[in-house]
Design a protein around this ligand. Structure first.
Ligand SMILES: [Zn+2]
Length: 307
């Protein structure tokens, strides 16, 4: 065991004691066919005998997502390659924090088995049956909000033209080069994640405590439409809504495609187009509140990788 690790109890401002000197994290792994993975906690653990998520104390050199993945592999033998992380929810107590990391299983690669003494059983449980289990109190309190976000991604649909034009150097002739540079910076952002407040979703019911590793869809026109994708970033042309479907019509068509692929996903469109920002012909696919100004995106990009 490491000296100075995160194992230990914290006397919390809420009046209770919690495990994890640097907070704790758990993995909510969901699979559309099997349900969510629950752990039956060993009798000797805190609230032993209850059902909850694999997880444990965050170590000082870890992010919450890294801690949740490490603990899950230790307890269930499911490696990080078997799932994709989508989002996380922080339950802030002031002097302590519990982070639930939401992930979706990739194919059949997740084959959980009891791998250490912290669990007595592991079980895939349909979401509708979770509340019937004797749950750990913290998980029980969070479950309704967690269930509401199962499998839901944040998709950032980025209108490359207006985002690049929002920068002083945006009118250079090398349009494809500018799109490629934007793509690279969006890939960094996708890997680091964004909070609800970052993308204007903090006012959306149930979304305030969440952050996401977004899927970015970069909509590029002309020669730039052939830009190669990058990790977390797809590049598409303006949606095929007939001839002349560029500008706002192209973005709306691309948004419609995203919506069809994930009806429950959070969709945020980054554009300076005033017609989209007013939600004129886009209300069927866009909540006007989910349109982000390019300046807000550039601030996020600058914060995670200064130009
Ligand atoms: Zn507390």
């Amino acid at each position: 065991m490491l000296i100075g690790n995160g194992d230990g109890f914290v006397s919390c401002a809420c009046g209770r004691r919690h495990w994890g000197l640097f907070g704790a994290a758990g993995l909510l792994l969901s699979d559309p066919r099997r349900g969510v993975l629950l752990q039956h906690r060993a009798a000797w653990t805190h609230e032993g005998g209850s059902w909850a998520l694999p997880g444990g104390a965050v170590q000082p050199d870890e992010t919450s997502a890294q801690a949740a993945a490490r603990e899950t592999e230790e307890e269930t033998a499911v490696p990080g390659e078997a799932f994709r992380v989508l989002a996380q929810r922080a339950d802030e107590h002031g002097s302590w924090r519990y982070t639930t990391v939401l992930a979706t299983a990739l194919g059949d690669a997740a084959r959980p088995r009891v791998a250490n003494a912290e669990s007595t059983a592991l079980r895939w449980v349909p979401p509708g049956e979770v509340a019937d289990y004797p749950l750990h109190s913290g998980f029980a309190a969070a479950w309704p909000e967690l269930r509401d976000q199962l499998g839901r991604r944040l998709v950032l649909l980025v209108d490359a033209a207006t985002v690049i034009d929002a920068r002083s150097d945006g009118r250079s002739r090398d349009r494809a080069g500018a799109v490629a540079r934007l793509r690279d910076r969006l890939a960094v952002l996708a890997g680091m994640g964004v909070s609800a407040a970052d993308v204007g979703l903090d006012g959306v019911a149930g979304a305030a405590h969440w952050s996401w590793w977004p899927q970015v869809v970069l909509v590029a026109e002309g020669a730039a439409a052939g830009t190669e994708p990058a990790a977390g970033v797809a590049v598409v042309g303006p949606g095929a809504d007939g001839p002349g479907a560029d500008g706002d019509a192209g973005i709306v068509a691309a948004a419609r495609t995203v919506r069809a692929g994930g009806p429950g996903d959070h969709l945020v469109v980054v554009t300076a187009d005033p017609r989209l920002r007013d939600g004129a012909d886009a209300t069927e696919v866009l909540d006007p509140a989910a349109v982000l100004d390019p300046a807000a995106l550039w601030r996020l990009l600058a914060a995670c990788a200064p130009a």
